[in-house]
Design a protein around this ligand. Structure first.
Ligand code: SF4
Length: 323
């Protein structure tokens, strides 16, 4: 059997998975919506990946997770590597573009910028607070305009005179958009204006004070939007590189990192049939009131975290014994 490596990037909006071989060739990949339930999303993801992989030829010996639910999903999948998004995206991108200097990433609910020098991350920033520069903002505005988000980019390219949309925050942008639509601005101009607003918001917030050098690689779900790519090229005066798998870079990064870890895992696709549950336990032994997350596999506690000291762990163990 040949060795293969699984990488999972699980965020609040989307869940991405990839399986690669020892030479980083993609054997299977999937992108689906998290729908507010990371445990269910990861089961659906594994089901899809299983159908794509030649199980007689490959055995998964490394598993990596990243994204906001990386710890939980790492426990469920028995991952040997759990990494933050910055590291995961940098490693994934560097594997394809070794000369990359700047990574723009805009996902469903957050955005980040990563600055690289000689293949090493030297600076980064994340924005998880303002939605005005993210994919969920573009989706909600396209719905407001009666458009599918997929049509957004091509329509923006038709604009000769993009509408100026206030980009400071979601609330301002929304009310400005309604106002401009009522004033009779063309749909393509409003859409192009929104793409520009996303880019302006991104560069003024997450990119504030950062030295942006080329090559620039743009990734995350919004990198599929050709209107936003054009707006980035106009704003930076540089060519923007978008890989065909730009939405999978975080997953690719952790799959590669799982390969570098010495410890091999015994991954089993049967997690679909296993019941996982989480429970929050509040430790009241001091004023910190830590909320401890407990993860159960078929009713048995397999991991817990969130306690700032051992007294919280002792409390969880005591509760388990008395169950
Ligand atoms: S886990 Fe430790 S720090 Fe947190 S509430 Fe309990 S005693 Fe306090």
């Amino acid at each position: 059997m040949k060795k293969a490596y699984l990488g999972v990037d699980i965020g609040s909006i989307s869940t991405k998975g990839i399986i690669i071989d020892e030479n980083h060739h993609i054997l299977a990949s999937e992108y689906l919506w998290t729908e507010g339930n990371p445990m269910d999303a990861v089961k659906r993801l594994i089901h899809q990946l299983r159908n794509q992989l030649d199980n007689k030829k490959y055995k998964i010996v490394g598993v990596g997770t990243t994204g906001s639910a990386r710890k939980l999903i790492g426990v469920i999948l028995g991952a040997n590597v759990v990494k933050n998004e910055i590291t995961a995206h940098a490693i994934g991108t560097l594997s394809l573009y070794p000369d990359v200097r700047t990574i723009f990433e805009i996902g469903g609910q957050d955005s980040k910028i990563i600055i690289i020098e000689d293949g090493i991350v030297v600076d980064y920033a994340m924005n998880t607070l303002c939605a005005a520069g993210t994919g969920s903002f573009l989706s909600s505005q396209s719905r407001r305009l009666g458009l599918e988000v997929e049509d957004f980019g091509p329509l923006a390219l038709k604009s000769k005179n993009p509408t100026n949309i206030a980009a400071r925050c979601t609330v301002f942008a929304e009310s400005d958009l309604v106002h401009k639509a009522q004033m009779g601005h063309k749909k393509e101009d409003i859409v192009a204006g929104l793409c520009k607003a996303v880019v302006t918001n991104y560069l003024n917030n997450v990119g504030k004070g950062k030295k942006i050098y080329s090559p620039i690689v743009f990734q995350g779900g919004v990198s599929k939007n050709i209107g936003v790519i054009k707006a980035f090229e106009e704003a930076t005066g540089e060519k923007i590189i978008v890989d065909e798998n730009s939405h999978l870079m975080g997953a690719l990064g952790v799959a590669i990192l799982s390969q570098t870890d010495q410890k091999e895992v015994d991954f089993n696709f049967d997690i679909e049939e296993i019941e996982f549950k989480t429970k929050g336990v509040e430790c009241k032994r001091c004023a910190n009131n830590c909320e401890i997350i407990c993860v159960y596999k078929d009713g048995k506690l397999i991991d817990s975290w969130g306690n700032k000291c051992d007294r919280g762990a002792i409390k969880v163990r005591k509760e388990e014994k008395s169950r």
